[in-house]
Design a protein around this ligand. Structure first.
Ligand code: KG4
Ligand code: ZN
Length: 330
């Protein structure tokens, strides 16, 4: 049975996984740098690259050991080619290319967001056309997927990504990076009290910077007036407006582009309130909510996606360039 060794290093997780063609996960190892970056309030690209350098060969060896395999048992090498932090992408890319060159294996360069989408296949067979709401630290996109090789962005953020605005708002109210999970938790203790403006954007696009700024202005105003900010109520208010905008646009997208399946993907797909809203409000289409361990960055998702690249014989040469910005349509 064919096996892929996959590497992910686009941001602050160094990960390696080995998957076979029936999508059995033979091993999956992830190390996170979150504790280090938390001290600085966000990911510091230079530190991220250096930590990937320190971790990458340890992680690859560990993945092989856990699967009880050697490089001779591996048929293909896959890695995240973009989008992400360029220095971080380079480290995974260099590791993958070195292995591919030395052991003479074909190389597959995977789009990070396709990894987030295709990992849903571990739960159910995917059906096309499929709609995906991709919500992460760097992206907020509605993607219409005609088949496993045709992706069309039908809505995107005009400014900040949803995860980025969660992290920014969290920082202002004194929560550590990454702020998304902490706002998620805090909002559960909050109630409807503060009013924040609903983003007004035509069509299927999103905007979060106005909401983020309004939240930050409200905190400043309360502080100026000597009033204590109720952070749980603020988290609640921010989250309700942000997530309802995601849900409303998703409903509109599914009306305009009827689909057989709907999947959420990316780090913010771990949000408990978003998951609840999807269950309550997205009707008439089969929906997949990935389990939390599949939402955040890992290499299993890169391996699963790589089998689709393999199906279409999409390989990259040893001099392929990693790309910080890369559309899912490419
Ligand atoms: O996909 P991901 O792991 O990395 C990127 O590719 O960007 O997403 C990370 C983002 C961060 O902004 C983080 O705050 C957010 O996902 N996130 C959440 C939750 N868990 C992670 N946002 C809201 N609620 C959560 N439970
Ligand atoms: Zn990601």
């Amino acid at each position: 049975m064919k096996k892929i060794l996959a590497i992910e290093s686009s941001c602050d997780e160094t990960a390696c996984a080995i998957i076979d063609e029936e999508l059995n996960i033979l091993s999956s190892v992830v190390t996170s740098q979150i504790d280090v970056h938390a001290r600085f309030g966000g990911v510091i690209p230079e530190i991220a690259s250096r930590m990937h350098v320190e971790q990458i060969s340890i992680i690859v060896k560990e993945a092989l050991n856990k699967a009880e395999l050697t490089m001779d048992d591996i048929d293909y090498i896959a890695y995240t080619i973009g989008p992400g932090l360029i220095g971080s992408l380079h480290i995974g890319g260099i590791a993958a290319k070195t292995l591919a060159f030395f052991y003479n294996k074909p190389l597959i360069g995977v789009h990070h967001l396709k990894g987030h989408i295709f990992i849903n296949e571990l739960l159910k067979p995917l059906q096309y056309p499929m709609m995906s709401l991709v919500v992460s630290g760097g992206h907020t996109e509605l993607v219409y997927i005609e088949d496993d090789d045709h992706f069309k962005i039908i809505g995107t953020t005009l400014d900040d990504a949803i995860g980025e605005s969660y992290d920014k708002v969290a920082r202002v109210i004194g929560l550590e990076y990454p702020g998304g999970p902490k706002i998620d938790k805090l909002a559960k203790e909050g109630k409807k009290y503060y009013e924040l403006p609903t983003p007004k954007v035509d069509g299927l696009n999103f905007s979060f910077s106005g909401l983020k700024n309004a939240t930050l202005q409200l905190v400043k105003k309360l502080e100026r007036n000597g009033e204590k900010v109720n952070t749980a109520d603020l988290a609640y208010a921010f989250q309700e407006v942000a997530l309802k905008s995601l849900i409303n646009k998703t409903k509109k997208a599914l009306e305009e582009y009827p689909c057989k399946m709907f999947v959420i993907a990316g780090g913010v797909a771990a949000n408990s309130r978003l998951r609840q809203l999807v269950e309550e409000e997205i009707k008439g289409v089969e929906t997949i909510l990935p389990p939390l361990k599949y939402c955040t960055d890992n290499a299993t998702m890169i391996g699963v996606a790589a089998f689709h690249y393999l199906k279409h014989q999409k390989f990259v040469p040893l001099n392929a360039e990693s790309k910080a910005n890369m559309s899912i349509e490419d």
